[in-house]
Design a binder for this molecule. Structure first.
Ligand SMILES: *Cc1c(COP(=O)(O)O)cnc(C)c1O
Length: 345
């Protein structure tokens, strides 16, 4: 079996999750009559410190429902230039919500609050209306970088001053909270709405949560239906989601330890590694004249899977199926790939 470090989305449900699926009490969730979905939404809202929550099919759907609920077409959304919403959602913000994006460069995924304030539009007949500011924590393309509560607060304060809502793409928010050793609410208090993935490091098979105030979630429920995300006996999928939220967040620190083990080993090999905050490790092989695509194909031949992130940047993501021994093995394989590389300087 290959050691799969492409993403934490490859995690399979635990035995307990499968048992919970088999035993779930279900109903028709479009009628809001699925007790297991209702329980997941209550638990999620409580954990995230929001009034209400909605079970959605994916992180992308959660983010896009948020944009659709916050904005009308022609509105402007401020977000970080490499954010998932902008970079990896198939142009959905433009195609579905018809919004205009205003991207700001980030420092390890963090927008500067002064830049955000400057980008908020004033009242002028020539301008679109700034209707949303998005943050991402942890930040995927910045290598799982954390936004601290202080960084989030700076942007949130500016947003509040100008009465612009904030949405947080918290696909891996529990990784941030684990690495900071804070309750997740220490982060969600600086956003109006938040999306968290159940299907990544938390190991549920499917789904995300969108949380916010009651009125927002009622409107989001309408948008989810409009997008075809109204599911029927969804309790079978919500049951493992409950386990994800209540039992799986505590072990994320293990994934971070394994990412640090990989970071250390890669540095010892003289490779250019981005700082590791959580479970993502980005390595740049430009100095070896080894492209990410080439690196990944050689790794795959030897039984290690990774993702290409840029011409010379490869991403390794740790998760529940990766052990300390796997990381040692990965480092041995990387060493042998670099030794074989004919272009090694
Ligand atoms: C994975 C991810 C998403 C999207 O989640 P899907 O369930 O794959 O649609 C959104 N934002 C970030 C930061 C992610 O890493």
């Amino acid at each position: 079996m290959k050691i799969d470090l492409r993403s934490d989305t490859v995690t399979k449900p635990t035995e307990e999750m499968i048992l919970a699926m088999a035993q779930a009490e279900v109903g028709d969730d479009v009628y809001q009559e699925d007790p297991t979905v209702n329980r997941l939404e209550e638990i999620a809202a409580d954990l995230l410190g929001k009034e209400a929550a909605l079970f959605v099919t994916s992180g992308t759907q959660g983010n896009q429902v948020a944009v659709l609920t916050h904005c009308v077409n022609g509105d402007e959304v401020i977000l970080e230039a490499e954010s998932h919403l902008f970079y990896y959602e198939s142009g959905a913000m433009a195609a579905l919500a018809g919004v205009q994006t205003r991207t700001l460069p980030g420092e390890r995924g963090a927008m500067n609050a002064v830049d955000v304030e400057k980008a908020i539009r004033g009242n002028n007949i020539h301008f679109p209306r700034t209707k949303l500011i998005c943050m991402e924590n942890t930040h995927n393309r910045a290598g799982g970088a954390i936004l601290t509560p202080e960084q989030m607060k700076e942007v949130y304060d500016v947003a509040q001053k100008h009465r612009v809502p904030v949405h947080l793409d918290g696909a891996r928010l529990f990784n941030a909270a684990a690495a900071l050793s804070v309750d997740v609410r220490a982060l969600t208090k600086y956003t109006d709405t938040v999306q968290v993935c159940l299907s990544k490091g938390l190991s549920a098979p499917v789904g995300s949560i969108l949380a916010g105030d009651r009125d927002f979630i009622a409107e989001a429920r309408w948008w989810r239906k409009k997008l075809g995300g109204g599911m029927r006996q969804a309790g079978y999928l919500a049951a493992p989601g409950i386990i994800a939220l209540t039992q799986m967040t505590g072990r994320l620190a293990e994934d971070h330890t394994h990412a640090q083990q990989l970071e250390k080993g890669l540095r010892e090999l003289g490779l250019d590694v981005a700082p590791v905050d959580t479970n993502i490790v980005l390595v740049n092989t430009a100095s070896r004249q080894l492209t990410a695509v080439d690196f990944i194909s050689r790794l795959s031949d030897k039984g290690v899977l990774a993702s290409d992130f840029d011409e010379y940047v490869t991403r390794f993501t740790t998760h529940r199926h990766i052990s300390e021994n796997d990381i040692s093995r990965v480092l041995e394989i990387i060493t042998s790939v670099l030794e074989e590389s004919p272009l090694r300087l």
